[in-house]
Design a protein around this ligand. Sequence first.
Ligand code: ADE
Length: 265
Amino acid sequence: MPNANAPLAVICAMAEEKAALREHMTAIETRDLLGRSVTLGALEGHDVVVAESGVGKVASAVTAALLAREFGCRGLVVSGVAGGLDPSLHIGDTIIAHSLVQHDYGHLHDAALTPFRPGVPPLGPNRKDIAFDLSPEMVERLRRVAAAIQLPDLPGDIVAPESQSAHDRPEGLPRRVLMGRILSGDQFINSEAARRRLHQEFEAQAVEMEGAAVAQVGALLGLPVVVVRCLSDLAGAESHLDFPRFVDAVAPGAALVLRHIIREL
Ligand code: ADE
């Protein structure tokens, strides 16, 4: 049973994502943990240890396990950006994961991958239980808080009408904060065909490269895992252009949502 007074571990893959949180932390101290810079402090009065893990499932899983062991953390959080899979979403919308799936773990036969639960041999009957899910009580609490969060408009210069990007948010449409399924894999998704397949096959809202790996660590250690992702791109043919264009503007969206929900974690 985790100690209720222990800090929460927050894992950010990239420096931009960690910087967006650090701005709002108080009582800051920085330490090195096996080459990772870890920032200790408080976020909205709650003790946190925030680390930049590096990108991908292994980097984030190792960091999550290190933080949990070194600081006796009571829960694991991943905060940052993601690619949108659901065509009803726009850049700047934010998803809190009620369900996390590693979309690249499974049995590859001919061109198709049958997904399996990470950690079990991907052979034999498909066990179906591929997702790491939040408890229904936590989902309900987070859904209530999420519904009341208002995100500020994205800066005008990056959503300017002369922009070439087809994915810009329609003018005046408020940014949304929703619960959804987030996929993780060791791939940056930059293909409309892949976006459509992942959305349809997994009924998922967003894709990134860490959250479901941290969920696997949480399941092993008996720790709750919450993943908050603001959309930097829509995982389609233009995501390689949208990601660098929007990452700095949307990373604070995930940080803001985390500040609102942290009292529920
Ligand atoms: N993180 C942000 N955008 C992403 C994408 N398109 N694919 C995977 N991870 C992402």
